[in-house]
Design a protein around this ligand. Structure first.
Ligand code: UT7
Length: 371
């Protein structure tokens, strides 16, 4: 088999319509627009409506990415949804997305690496393509962290926003696409940013709810110090692993947590801020969705073009951090876009039909009995 490279050929995003400004937050907690802008660079964030969830945002972003790549859902072999705010503990959000978009031949799973998740997921999909086991993959970062934020805690509620972004990755023998990656974790800092309850260590009880342990808890200063330490080094490592120099990089797309963290990374890399994609002002910290959201906007603004070298770099809870060097590709296919609406109708019918089949199989063969 000829060597295969993992190219990014489609990208898409989805954000809720509802916007929450700093002034809105100032009516909810003891804060103000000036403090939030100065300390974080955030001006507003998007917040999911009641009928929007991590899977619905992920599905919409995925369909936009597939439309861009002109790859129908039936040709996707692998779906990875990176998220810290999954639809449920299980089934995976990825399985729900698989069903909704009609990716009938795809294996689907969630990846949990907090804000670094999109980097880790991209690397996993890319390695699956490089090994020859997968041809077309969908990598999605999706969050509705607004559902896990304590809206009375000014230390955290000003930071987070909701949204989703997705990439289509495709195999091709032409060199390019994902050139290098690094992934790191340090679980000794796990307590710095966590949702303590709701898992096996502290199952949900009245007590955990009364204590607010089902909300995001963060030691902001420590996370800030960690982030400023790792961002530049991770980028340098990924760049040198791709046999490139910092000067070869056209644009750096960092995790959008705080403008001051991005500025520290720029100083560490001795690069001007105009080399960095920044949209934290509009979306806040959307965790694992922030890198694909910033990428989609960078492409739309003409800042990322075919052949450009880009570094994606992120950090987050775990602690985790990582970076990827990519040679940007764009759509392979020049064919007419496929009829997405028809696919969607078929996907819904297929899903409905399978539920009906399962229902009747349950009646005929006995519900709850096996063998
Ligand atoms: O994706 C990864 C997720 N997390 C992060 O990236 C978070 C990284 N950390 C940060 O971005 C920053 O640490 C924060 C933005 C969270 C906080 O900024 P800071 O410059 O580290 O502020 P601080 O925690 O040192 O607090 C400074 C002061 C404190 O008052 P005193 O003790 O100096 O009187 C806080 O009580 O600011 C106060 N403060 C606020 N004031 C107005 C904290 N939050 C607020 C607020 N509005 N929302």
């Amino acid at each position: 088999m000829t060597e295969q490279y993992a190219h990014i050929t489609g990208w898409g995003m989805s954000v809720p319509e509802r916007i929450l400004t700093n002034d809105d937050l100032a009516k909810m907690v003891d804060t103000n627009d000036e403090w939030i802008r100065d300390r974080t660079g955030i001006q507003e964030r998007h917040i999911a409506a009641d009928n929007e969830t991590t899977a619905s945002l992920a599905s919409e972003a995925a369909l936009n990415a597939l439309r861009m790549a002109k790859v129908p859902p039936s040709e996707i072999d692998l779906i990875i949804v990176s998220t810290s705010s999954p639809e449920h503990l299980f089934p995976s959000t990825a399985s729900l997305v698989q069903d909704r978009i009609g990716a009938e031949f795809a294996g689907a799973f969630d990846l949990s690496a907090a804000c670094t998740g999109f980097i880790f997921a991209l690397n996993m999909a890319s390695q699956s393509i490089r090994s020859g086991s997968v041809k077309n993959a969908l990598v999605i970062g999706s969050e509705t962290l607004s559902r896990m934020v304590d809206w009375t805690d000014r230390n955290t509620c000003i930071l987070f926003g909701d949204g989703a972004g997705a990439f289509v990755l495709q195999a091709h023998e032409e060199p390019g696409g994902v050139l290098s990656s690094i992934m790191r974790s340090d679980g000794s800092g796990g307590d710095l940013l966590s949702v303590p309850a709701g898992g096996s260590a502290a199952p949900t009880t009245n007590q955990t709810i009364l204590e607010g342990q089902h909300y995001i808890q963060m030691n902001g200063r420590e996370v800030f110090r960690f982030a400023t330490r790792v961002m530049a080094n991770a980028s340098k490592e990924a760049i040198s692993k791709a046999n490139l120099e910092v000067e070869d990089i056209n644009i750096i797309i960092p995790h959008q947590a705080n403008l001051r963290i991005i500025e520290a990374a720029a100083r560490g890399l001795k690069l001007p801020m105009d080399k960095f994609a920044v949209n934290v002002n509009k979306y806040g910290n959307t965790s694992t969705a922030s890198i694909p959201l910033a990428t989609v906007e960078a492409v739309e603004e003409g800042r990322l073009k075919r052949g450009d070298k880009v570094v994606f770099v992120g950090f987050g809870a775990g602690l985790t951090w990582g970076a990827l060097t990519v040679q940007w590709t764009g759509p392979f296919s020049t064919e007419e876009p496929f009829k997405l609406a028809r696919y969607q109708r078929t996907a819904r019918l297929r899903s409905f039909w399978r539920r009906i089949q399962r229902f009747f199989a349950g009646i005929f063969f006995g519900r709850g009995r096996s063998g």
